[in-house]
Design a protein around this ligand. Structure first.
Ligand SMILES: Cc1cc2nc3c(=O)[nH]c(=O)nc-3n(C[C@H](O)[C@H](O)[C@H](O)COP(=O)(O)OP(=O)(O)OC[C@H]3O[C@@H](n4cnc5c(N)ncnc54)[C@H](O)[C@@H]3O)c2cc1C
Length: 318
C-alpha cells in the first residue's frame, strides 16, 4: 500500500494524515509513503505514529517544486519497483492531478473522492460525485488500484502500533519534458481579514446584490458580526468581487456557524461550498428559490431593504 503524502517544511498535511487512516484500513502491513520536496524526509518524525514503515523521499533536480507529471512519473517508477496493491493520494487538487497522470501513464482507472472502501480482489467503494451532492457506489477492478480519499471524510487516527519509519532516498529518471508544467512562484493574496474557510460568520452576496456597490451593506453586516464577505460565481463573473471570495464547487468551502446568503438562488454548485455551515439564513425576493428549501431561516424580501435594516438593528443594540 503506497500513499502520496503532501507536506510543508517536513510536516505532513492533515489531508495526508486522513488518507493514512484509510490506508491502514486497507493494508495489513506497515505502510509505505512517497514524499516530495527538499524537506520531505522530515515527515518521518511524525509518520511513525501513523504506522508508516518506509518513507520514499523523491530527490533530484526540480522535485522541490510542484510538477504533476514529473511527480506522477516517479510514482510510476515506485509502482514498478514495489508493486503495491493500491496507491492512495489525498483528495486535494494536487493529489487528484498527480494520480490522474499516474492513471494515464499506466492506463489504469482512478477512483477519486472515496468516502468508504471495502478491500478485496475488486474494491467496492463509495465516493463523492458533484462535490458531495451525490454518492456513487462503484467497483474498482485493476491490478494496481489508484484512489483518492475525499477530504475530511476519514478522521485522523494514530496507529495502535507505532513504527520507526525508514527513509529511503529515491532519484527517479524523469525526462525534462515531464517538468513542462510546474509551479514557478507564489503570490500572496492581498485580501485582509479572516479567510472564508475559517470565518464563523459568512455574508454571501449573489447576482441579486446588483453591482459592486451593493456589497457595502454586506461588508457592514459582516464587520458587525465579526465575519467575512463571500460571493456566488455569478457575482465574480460580473467582476463585482475578486475570485478569492467565491464560495462553491470551484471556490472556497465554508465552515461558518451561520451563512447569510443574500440574493443567491442556491445552485447546486454554490451549495456544495456551504455544506460545512451549521445554519443558513437566506434573504431572497423569490420564495421559490432553491436556497429557501435548503436554509434553516429565510427572509423573503429585498436585500437592499433587509440588510440595512439588520445593520441598523445591530447598531441600535450595540
Ligand atoms: C462547472 C460549474 C461550476 C460552478 N461553480 C460555482 C461555484 O463554485 N460557486 C457558485 O456560486 N456558482 C458556481 N457555478 C454557477 C452556478 O451554477 C450558478 O450559476 C450561480 O451560483 C448563480 O449565482 P447566483 O445565485 O448569484 O445568481 P442567480 O442564480 O441569478 O440568482 C440570483 C438570486 O437573487 C435573487 N434576487 C434578485 N434580486 C434580489 C433582491 N433585490 N433581494 C433579494 N434577492 C434577490 C433572485 O431571486 C435569485 O434567487 C458553477 C457552474 C458550473 C457549470
Amino acid at each position: 500500500m503506497l500513499t502520496i503524502v503532501e507536506q510543508e517544511q517536513g510536516e505532513p498535511h492533515e489531508t495526508s494524515l486522513e488518507t493514512l487512516t484509510l490506508a491502514r484500513e486497507l493494508a495489513d502491513a506497515p505502510l509505505e509513503v512517497v514524499v516530495f520536496g527538499d524537506e520531505g524526509a522530515g515527515v518521518a518524525d511524525t509518520l511513525g505514529a501513523y504506522g508508516v514503515g518506509t518513507v520514499h523521499h523523491v530527490v533530484g533536480d526540480g522535485f522541490d517544486t510542484y510538477a504533476p507529471e514529473a511527480r506522477a512519473e516517479s510514482v510510476v517508477e515506485l509502482i514498478e519497483e514495489l508493486d503495491p496493491e493500491a496507491v492512495l493520494a489525498p483528495g486535494t487538487d494536487r493529489g487528484h492531478e498527480t494520480l490522474a497522470h499516474v492513471g494515464a501513464d499506466l492506463d489504469l482507472p482512478v477512483a477519486a473522492n472515496c468516502i468508504a472502501v471495502e478491500p478485496g480482489e475488486v474494491y467496492e467503494l463509495s465516493r463523492h460525485r458533484w462535490g458531495g451532492s451525490l454518492t456513487e457506489h462503484a467497483r474498482l477492478d485493476a491490478e494496481t488500484k489508484l484512489l483518492t480519499a475525499a477530504e475530511h471524510e476519514f478522521p485522523i487516527e494514530e496507529a495502535t502500533e507505532p513504527t520507526e519509519p525508514a527513509v529511503v532516498e529515491f532519484e527517479p529518471a524523469v525526462d525534462d519534458e515531464r517538468f513542462r508544467v510546474k509551479v514557478e512562484r507564489f503570490e500572496e493574496s492581498d485580501l485582509e481579514g479572516v479567510p472564508l474557510g475559517e470565518a464563523r460568520v459568512v455574508v454571501g452576496g449573489g447576482r441579486g446584490v446588483g453591482g459592486p456597490d451593493g456589497y457595502d451593506q454586506l461588508e457592514e453586516l459582516a464587520d458587525a458580526l465579526g465575519g467575512t464577505v463571500g460571493a456566488s460565481r455569478a457575482a465574480i463573473n460580473e467582476g463585482w468581487r475578486p475570485h478569492d471570495d467565491q464560495i462553491g464547487l470551484t471556490g472556497a468551502e465554508i465552515s461558518a456557524d451561520i451563512y447569510i446568503a443574500c440574493g443567491i438562488s442556491g445552485a447546486v454548485q454554490h451549495m456544495v461550498g456551504t455544506k460545512g455551515a451549521d445554519a443558513i439564513l437566506a434573504i431572497n425576493t423569490d420564495p421559490e428559490a432553491a436556497i429557501i428549501q435548503k436554509a434553516e431561516y429565510a427572509v423573503i424580501g429585498d436585500l437592499h431593504e433587509v440588510v440595512p435594516a439588520l445593520n441598523e438593528a445591530i447598531e441600535a443594540e450595540s
